[in-house]
Design a protein around this ligand. Sequence first.
Ligand code: SF4
Ligand code: SF4
Length: 382
Amino acid sequence: MSTGIKNLVRTLDSVDFLKMDRRTFMKALGAMGAATFLNTYQAEIVGALEFAETKLVWLHGSECTGCSESVLNAGNPDLVQALEKLNVNLVFHETICAQQGIWNDGKLVNNSELNSEILLEETYKAGKYILVVEGSIPNGPNGSGRYLVIGNKTFKDSLAEAAKNAVAIVAVGACAAYGGITSADSDVAKDTDYKGVAYSKDVKGGMLKELGIDKPVINIPGCPAHPDWILLTLGAVILGKIKVPDDLNTLLDDYGRPKVFYPPDHVVHDNCPRRGYYDRGEFDEEVGGPGCLWKLGCKAPYAHADCAIRKWNGSVSMCTQAGGPCIACVEPGFPDTSRPLYVEREDIGVAGTNIDTVAKVAVGAAAVAAGVHAVRRMGKGE
Ligand code: SF4
Ligand code: SF4
């Protein structure tokens, strides 16, 4: 635990953490990792849980399972410990649930323990579950959704069934939030018509709107999403610190992201470990150097996320620290607004090709960034 977080936890120790008002609670979550939160407040969490257990259904659409991988990489606590501490019953998660099937030894399996279709039916009927969606949802071809069929059912239909009685819906990762890589501009994009759960790229009204389901959705974008963003958001929902839908207007930004992890007034560039090089105008032109990655296409001045503060892999590193230009994977227009990924944005215009999809503040930050850079280049006579 870093000294800053230790001090924060010490301060928070003197107050009843879970009696904090929602805003303060969410602010505190922004300053600590899932490990600190779950380990430090375990006793309070157990006491505060309203239900004996919270059911969680985690569905996978069109995706690479990177977000599940990301949350499975959460080291301390690991996913199992986190679920235990939050008293969560992970009813269904396609890649990590026990092997199930409709047939067993040639006989039809007709109980919920072995047949996940029955299990899901029963869970949906009983209600009171949180739905996590990972991956986008194809609407094509021609609105049929048949570009993704699992168990003879389109994923579009599976989402409709699951969403109806969910008490909260969390879209995890760039694909589920906004369509992500699957919805990138291409020759087939019109036919496949991939959508996020509540957004299509940066436009409100994803697959739920198509299905005529009016439910609020919390977006946790990222390619992949950070395990802390996922676990802490789920924790806040489970503890009733994010009341759905009452609190969403104040806690989420215009693109459905919790402001605490995706601050509207903060970009990754602000705290980048390479920022000193940027400020001195020392730009790497090849990968592997210590300098600023702007010329290699870094899009961090556009990326609203706390990556450079929270860091990744157990707070060890993050993209630019590890030498990779940020690709602004948390933004609603990703990847189109970040393309070409490894080309200096100045070459294609400060705001890229799709200015409307970049939040105003990011345009400002990037304009300042590019302006400073250009002035430095002029000074150097480049
Ligand atoms: S442009 Fe990218 S590499 Fe350079 S300081 Fe900003 S975030 Fe860091
Ligand atoms: S640093 Fe940039 S590319 Fe890396 S996870 Fe954060 S927003 Fe995404």
